[in-house]
Design a protein around this ligand. Structure first.
Ligand code: ADE
Ligand code: ZN
Length: 338
């Protein structure tokens, strides 16, 4: 293992932008397809990997929704979630706040409770067996209607006793601005939930402004295009909310043509609380450490900058100050030793 990889793995980190369905590795996809008698348009794991060649977000989403068809039972969601936790526990990820897309499953006849309980059981076991703490965030598919989002919010209410801590907004961004979900987000806030939303991944800075001003989100997912608007950048920096940036995702979905052109360093320099995350690691070629290495090497980030990104991830999480403190202190200690 390289010095850089050792350093990154040693630092405590939180993953704040991870779609569980996007951690479905081709091997598990094939295994579940066979078990559940689901026909896939691929014969081998290699064929699946070859199909992962995307020109934009929609290209990827078409394959991502097709892939999740193999997830049929509570056990399948348990296996998916546990496989993810086992991977990241080896990379120094101490806390995760993961997304899932219940509408992608209920629309196929898999019940909300089977999906959610399978995930939660794995998160509980992951805390106990691997020492990775976690929170669960339910995302609304923005290409669907406000009415469908409200139906999902209402169905999820029994889990708002601390098991589902927040709601998010994902799927096709262009043409589906945050304002479309203003009333749903207002209702979620009144139910005591945390609010996050994808904005400024492919969509313009104006979508970030809507997510901040109208939805009043607690955290911004991606947010890369924020820096196209200097006034908005100042506003987001002053608010101090975290941005969950996903370098390999941005490269694979052609948000940047080369990692050397990634705006992460510029975003940090503008005072934004940037974090590094993996988004859909099974589709984009790497988990947390791979995302760090790709951007650190391309942008020549210093050890201080790497530690700052880890610090931001802990600070930007929904952990309490007491829960954050030991991780924050360890990051400072490790940096001091280097
Ligand atoms: N769903 C899964 N990954 C996503 C992404 N990167 N953007 C929007 N929706 C998603
Ligand atoms: Zn995402």
């Amino acid at each position: 293992m390289s010095d850089l990889e050792n350093f990154i793995n040693a630092l405590p980190k939180a993953e704040l932008h991870l779609h569980l369905e996007g951690s479905l590795e081709p091997e598990l996809m094939m295994e579940l397809a066979t078990k559940n008698s689901i026909e896939l348009p691929y014969k081998t794991v290699d064929e699946i990997r070859t199909a992962y060649d995307f020109s934009n977000l929609q290209d990827f989403l078409d394959i991502y929704y097709q892939g999740m068809n193999v997830l049929q039972s509570e056990e399948d969601f348990y296996a998916l979630t546990m496989a993810y936790l086992e991977k990241v526990a080896q990379e120094g990820v101490v806390h995760v706040e993961v997304f899932y897309d219940p509408q992608g499953h209920t629309s196929r006849g898999v019940s909300f409770s089977e999906v959610t309980n399978g995930i939660l059981r794995a998160l509980d076991d992951g805390q106990e067996r691997l020492g990775v703490s976690s929170e669960l965030i339910m995302s609304f598919l923005r290409h669907l209607s406000e009415e469908e989002a409200f139906a999902t919010l209402n169905e999820a209410e029994p889990w708002f006793d601390g098991r589902i801590v927040g709601v998010g907004l994902d799927s096709s961004e262009l043409g589906h601005p945050p304002s479309k979900f203003l009333r749903v987000f207002n209702a979620a806030r009144e139910m005591g939930l945390k609010l996050v939303a994808h904005a400024g991944e492919e969509g313009p800075a104006e979508y970030v402004r809507e997510a901040i001003d109208l939805l009043q989100i607690d955290r911004l997912d991606h947010g890369n295009r924020t820096i196209e608007d200097a006034e908005l950048t100042k506003q987001v920096a002053n608010l101090g909310i975290a941005l969950t940036v996903c370098p390999l995702s941005n490269l694979k979905l052609c948000g940047v043509s080369d990692m050397k052109e990634h705006p992460l360093k510029e975003m940090m320099a503008a005072g934004l609380n940037v974090t590094v995350n993996s988004d859909d690691p099974a589709y984009f070629g790497g988990y947390m450490t791979a995302n760090f290495i790709s951007v650190v090497e391309a942008l020549s980030l210093s050890k201080t900058e790497i530690a700052k990104l880890c610090h931001n991830s802990i600070e930007g999480s929904f952990l309490t100050d007491e829960e954050k403190a030991p991780h924050i202190n360890r990051i400072a200690d490790i940096l001091a030793q280097h």
